[in-house]
Structure formats: C-alpha cells, structure tokens
Design a protein around this ligand. Sequence first.
Ligand SMILES: [Zn+2]
Ligand SMILES: [Zn+2]
Length: 281
Amino acid sequence: MSRQRVGAHVSIADGFPAAVSQIQEYGGNCGQVFVGSPRTWSVSSVDSSDATAFAELQATEDVRPWIVHGTYLINFATPNDDLAEKSVATVQEELNKASKLGIDYYTFHPGAHTGAGVEKGIRNIGSRLSELDIPDGMTVLLENTAGGGTSLGSTFQQLQEMRIRSEIDNDQLGVCIDSCHLYAAGYDFTTTTGLTEMVGEIEQTVGLDAIQYLHLNDSKHPCGSNKDEHQHIGKGQIGTTGFSKLINHDAFTDLPMVLETPVDEKGYAWNISQIQSLYDT
Ligand SMILES: [Zn+2]
Ligand SMILES: [Zn+2]
C-alpha cells in the first residue's frame, strides 16, 4: 500500500463531513479547506456535532492530515495597525476553529510590506506571529509566495527570518511549500541541479524538518516571473518531469500534498491521478 498522501482543496459549503467524501470521490486521501469566506473577514461558527463527525471521519476513513488555508485578507507584514489587529484576530479565530475540528495544520500567506520595506515587514510578521496562541497539537505553516509586488516570503531565507523574529517555538511554526509559487519566485526545481541547489538552500535556512505540507500546482508563467497563476499538473511550465523530480525527492516524498489547480473541465480527480502516476513505485 502506498504511504503517499495526495488530496485537494475542497469546499465546506455542505459541511465538514461532506468534504471528506468529496476527497474520496476525487481519489485522494488528505485535504485542505477554508474555515471562513476566503475574501472576507468572517469566520463561520462550527457546529459541534459536525466537528465531532469530521474529527472521527478523518480517522475511520483515513483521510488525513487536513490543513486550513487562512483568508487572503490577512497581512502580518502591514504597517497599518488596524489591518494588523484584524489579521491577528482572524488567524486566531481560524486556528481555534481548526483545532475544534481536529485539524493539525494551518497555512497562510505572511503578507506584503506595502512600502514599509523588507526588514520592517519581516519584523512586523515576527511580532504579530508572537501574539498568536497556537492550540496544542497544531502547527502554523508559513506559505512561500511567488514574490509579486511587495509580498514577503518568496525565499527560504525570508521565511526563516520570520521564524527567528517570532517568539513561537519553531516546532509549531513551519513552512508549506507551493510548487507554483516556488517556480514563479525563481526556484527552478525542474532540473536535477536546480532541485539539489534548492534543497541545499532549505537545509541552510528553515531546515528540512520545517517543511510539513506541499501545495502542488503547475505554473502558467515562466520561472522567476513572480506571477502566481496555477495550472493543471503537467500542463504548465513546470511539466510532468518537474513534478516527478519534486515529489520523489527524499525531502518531500513522504509529505502530505494538496492540489489547488484550476477548477474547470479537468478537475481534481484528473490532477490527483496525474500526481499518483508520477510517484516512483
Ligand atoms: Zn496559498
Ligand atoms: Zn498555495
């Protein structure tokens, strides 16, 4: 039996237990959800029977681990105090909700400095992370970004600086790698040399243990373009060879992976089977 964990980002519109069956229909065995509306500040409340059912299903159906993706409005790097306060409160609420659902991981985009400068932005992220009370058993993962505009976190060096600046125990503060963002940020892991260099850079910065979840998306744009547009696996600039190298590398192969590929005629079932076919047996 394969130990590999591949799933997709699914909706909770029909409740959390339905999200588990959705993953199973796609042929996956782990998943990602939003716990609120991703483009607003609202975090919906969790029905406790729904939460209990979801927590149980994860184990009985063996669909796990789950990861919550934070709302897109969060900005821990901002020089704007109101926005920062709202961001911290929202992440805390989402963390509490994830914990109630028995979810182990939470990831979000660290934010954009919007003119305050890289140094100041990273310091802001560190101090705002320090305000969080991470529930027991949960791990917060900073997602690497494509590096467009003033967004921070497009290099492992920056992600490590954020971890150093925060007072959170680094066991509870790791990294979620998005393959499209990596590639757009200039990491060409599609060649053996490029992949080796990138893994070396990870070892020198956050460390391999920090990487705990992967987002698998192909990229519509070239390496180093800083443009974040996801494409179906193998249909973008990364291609099947690139994914095959990435997911079979010792550093990543045992990690849970979810797809955030476009939702159109191909769908998640197709993308999940693409990934499954690329694993070395
Ligand atoms: Zn993301
Ligand atoms: Zn992502």
